[in-house]
Design a protein around this ligand. Structure first.
Ligand SMILES: Nc1ccn([C@@H]2O[C@@H]3COP(=O)(O)O[C@H]3[C@H]2O)c(=O)n1
Ligand SMILES: [Zn+2]
Ligand SMILES: [Zn+2]
Length: 245
């Protein structure tokens, strides 16, 4: 069994030196795109890959750096390649993703009137393990981000935690490591300022050593180079590099 991750981007929503924090998870020959932000189509082109070779896409929450590329993805697949993408997403995101984000661009009278008319939709619920492929299972965990906006982090193969954008949740992180035996945490990381809607580097640095040691940092700002060497045991993930998980 081989599991690897190549981030299309590792930047935060406003980064200009990094693409949006979207990941390509590869489990043997099955590939899952985790989030599809505004920059995802260009990032895919930059790394020489095409959406038509991706088996499915999963959405963590509705912000443009996580869903802004879905219109182009759906339209190119449909009109250029005659394909549809399987979309795994938390069931509470189905209605707002269509009505508040995608309907304006994708609606077509008598043809496309809902998310299921343009994607192969698989709704997900927290606490259930979904087998996406022989060597890939996923669970979603609802984690706080913006008041009133649902956001879901991921548990991959019951051993790797992939954070959506989220505020600092030390009890969750500690229990994932000490009670569920999670061996790796990929976490969003706001490098400066107060952590109002994200987790800050300072907050992550306050975690116990056994938790810090397995954290990799992503979703960071253009100031990232100034922080290399200042993150303790936690290393930055770099975009486009393929990591064996
Ligand atoms: N209450 C809010 C809402 C949003 N934001 C910023 O907008 C970005 C949207 O994408 P993100 O990656 O979730 O990061 C959010 C904040 O930078 C913010 O800073 N405060
Ligand atoms: Zn984001
Ligand atoms: Zn967000």
């Amino acid at each position: 069994m081989s599991l690897s991750l190549q981030m299309l981007g590792t930047g935060n929503a406003f980064a200009k030196n990094y693409f949006n924090n979207n990941g390509l998870l590869l489990a043997d020959d099955y590939s899952l795109l985790i989030d599809c932000g505004i920059t995802a189509p260009l990032a895919m082109h930059t790394i020489g890959k095409s959406f038509r070779h991706v088996n499915a896409t999963l959405i963590t929450h509705i912000h443009a750096d996580h869903v802004g590329g879905l219109e182009e993805l759906a339209l190119t697949l449909k009109h250029v390649y005659g394909k549809t993408m399987r979309l795994h997403l938390p069931e509470t995101l189905i209605e707002p993703l269509w009505n508040n984000t995608l309907k304006g661009g994708l609606y077509q009278k008598d043809a496309v009137a809902s998310l299921t008319d343009i994607f192969e939709v698989t709704p997900m619920k927290p606490g259930i393990t979904y087998k996406l492929a022989p060597s890939l299972s996923l669970e979603i965990i609802r984690t706080p981000h913006i008041p009133g906006k649902d956001s879901y982090s991921l548990l991959i193969n019951n051993e790797i935690f992939y954070s959506a954008d989220m505020t600092f949740q030390p009890d969750l992180l500690i229990s994932l490591v000490r009670e569920r035996g999670i061996r790796m945490i990929l976490h969003d990381c706001q490098l400066g300022g107060a952590g109002v809607v994200h987790t800050t580097l300072e907050e992550l640095m306050s975690l116990p050593e056994d938790v810090r040691r397995i954290i990799k940092l992503m979703h960071y700002s253009d100031e990232q180079p100034q922080f290399v060497g200042l993150t303790g045991e936690m290393e930055f993930i770099e975009q486009h590099v393929t990591y064996k998980l």
